[in-house]
Design a protein around this ligand. Structure first.
Ligand SMILES: CC(C)(COP(=O)(O)OP(=O)(O)OC[C@H]1O[C@@H](n2cnc3c(N)ncnc32)[C@H](O)[C@@H]1OP(=O)(O)O)[C@@H](O)C(=O)NCCC(=O)NCCS
Length: 161
């Protein structure tokens, strides 16, 4: 997928991001949450993955930058476009952009059963640091808390299979 465009999310993307979120998560965020995140939250950065031919959005990812810590909020790829390294491209650019603006440590939560996400994050150096019991209200599932250090740009490439 070398021709995929990864760019910052804008107002006109909000509806499509909301639809993607509904396709990808059992407890999706509201359109209003995304509107606030993209237009009003000065600490947030959201990226989208766009197909160059059609302009269709097939993935998005977000991060909050708080002092020198980046909290990755969401990464999602349209079910029909998975396993094409789009999620990886989104996380890579997100971490590069955040590192360039001073983020030194990254954290996130992921469902303990979400093997695709856990494997993706481990490729970027994320390691389990704790568990939040019953964090996900829809099924009371535990969350794994993961942390990673920012790496130099040439070290940001995925290294672990
Ligand atoms: C997690 C998710 C974003 C991955 O997106 P993707 O574009 O399919 O992932 P990529 O193709 O970039 O995969 C990157 C790496 O992640 C791992 N991975 C991704 N999907 C995987 C799967 N189904 N099984 C095992 N490993 C997987 C692999 O290590 C993969 O590297 P490889 O292809 O070289 O083996 C996607 O599955 C998704 O949207 N899931 C639903 C939403 C979600 O759970 N988001 C995470 C919230 S914490």
């Amino acid at each position: 997928m070398s021709e995929m465009i990864i760019r910052q999310a804008r107002e006109s993307d909000i509806d499509e991001i909301t639809r993607l979120d509904q396709l990808c998560f059992s407890a999706p965020w509201s359109r209003e949450s995304f509107r606030q995140e993209i237009l009003e939250n000065g600490l947030a950065l959201y990226l989208v993955a766009e197909l160059p031919q059609s302009g269709e959005l097939v993935g998005y990812a977000g991060i909050w930058a708080i002092l020198d810590e980046g909290h990755i909020t969401n990464v999602a790829v349209h079910p029909e476009y998975r396993r094409r390294h789009i999620g990886e491209a989104l996380v890579k650019v997100l971490m590069e952009e955040a590192s360039a603006s001073g983020i030194r440590l990254f954290t996130l939560e992921a469902r303990i059963s979400n093997e695709p996400a856990l494997r993706l994050y481990r490729k970027f150096g994320f390691r389990e640091a704790g568990i939040r019991k019953g964090y996900y209200e829809d099924n009371n599932e535990d969350a794994l808390i993961m942390w990673a250090e920012a790496t130099a740009p040439d070290g940001a490439e995925a290294s672990e299979k």
